[in-house]
Design a protein around this ligand. Structure first.
Ligand code: NAD
Length: 252
């Protein structure tokens, strides 16, 4: 890959949580960042913060579950910066917990459309830009520990995140070495997704994370830093991995 400092990085879910941290991290390393989200105000905040620090970023309002919207995102990114070097498919939702028998078709479709189909749609639309030129393109998908084990996410979320890991492996299989694709699997991270849980049931959250080797939850930038490493040439031999960033959640 070109060095991060010279790269163009697209981050979905860039207005909040881990996506926001990824946008800030890549911009601080000198990349041109395209932050994508449905939350326009959040995008304005993150791009203003990057600009105030002397970084380069644009915010693009886009819905990853919608093909036209995703194609418009790629067009805007390439119109602005000429190419895409790194794609971080990070946008996702965690809906109400439900086992299979209580999962409505609407809930299933909502979660799958954003968490899994969105990863497919944007990757497909961005492939020509990721593969132009001589340098490899890098794709990093945000899965979850719910992509490896069953548990807190419920049927749709767990299935979507297992799908993200499978998608990442298939992408590597079909497009390596031109595309270097990997996934990250965060554990419990303090973001927009978990803030209500942390606020409303702090004892329960404490009990859950206390069971892990790290004995705590993480800040979003602790995941963003790993993502930046995977995007860099220091991770040049990593293809198709699903990297746990979970405080050791999965050790037992
Ligand atoms: P977050 O809610 O803070 O951020 C998610 C962002 O995605 C939001 O800004 C939201 O507006 C955006 N988004 C939602 N639907 C979208 C759509 N259709 N198109 C574009 N953007 C959309 O949550 P987060 O925790 O930072 O989540 C980032 C990723 O991390 C998700 O894929 C999530 O499943 C995954 N994850 C989170 C945790 C955790 O503990 N927070 C753990 C494992 C995995």
């Amino acid at each position: 890959m070109v060095s991060i400092a010279d790269s163009v990085v697209v981050v979905t879910g860039g207005a909040s949580g881990m996506g926001r941290s990824m946008a800030l991290e890549f911009a601080s390393e000198g990349a041109s960042v395209v932050a994508v989200d449905i939350d326009e105000d959040g995008l304005d905040e993150v791009t203003s913060e990057i600009a105030a620090d002397g970084g380069e970023a644009i915010g693009v309002v886009g819905d990853v579950s919608d093909r036209d919207s995703v194609e418009a995102v790629v067009e805007q990114a390439t119109d602005e910066y000429g190419t895409i070097d790194v794609l971080c498919n990070n946008a996702g939702i965690l809906d109400d917990y439900a086992p299979v028998g209580e999962t409505s078709e609407e809930l299933w479709d909502r979660v799958m459309d954003i968490n899994l189909k969105g990863v497919f749609l944007l990757t497909k639309a961005a492939l020509p830009a990721l593969m132009d030129g001589d340098e490899e393109g890098v794709v990093i998908n945000t899965a979850s520990i719910a992509g490896k084990v069953a548990g807190g996410g419920g049927a749709a979320y767990t299935s979507s995140k297992h799908g993200v890991i499978g998608f990442t492996k298939q992408l590597s299989h079909d497009y390596g070495p031109e595309i270097r694709a990997n996934a990250v699997c965060p554990g419990f991270i303090e973001t927009g997704m978990t803030e209500d849980m942390i606020e409303q049931t702090p004892d329960e959250v404490h009990e859950i994370v206390q069971e892990t080797p790290a004995e705590r939850y993480a800040e979003p930038d602790e995941v963003a830093q790993v993502v930046a490493f995977i995007a860099s040439n220091n991770a040049s031999f990593m293809h198709g991995a699903a990297v746990d960033v979970d405080g050791g959640w999965l050790v037992d």
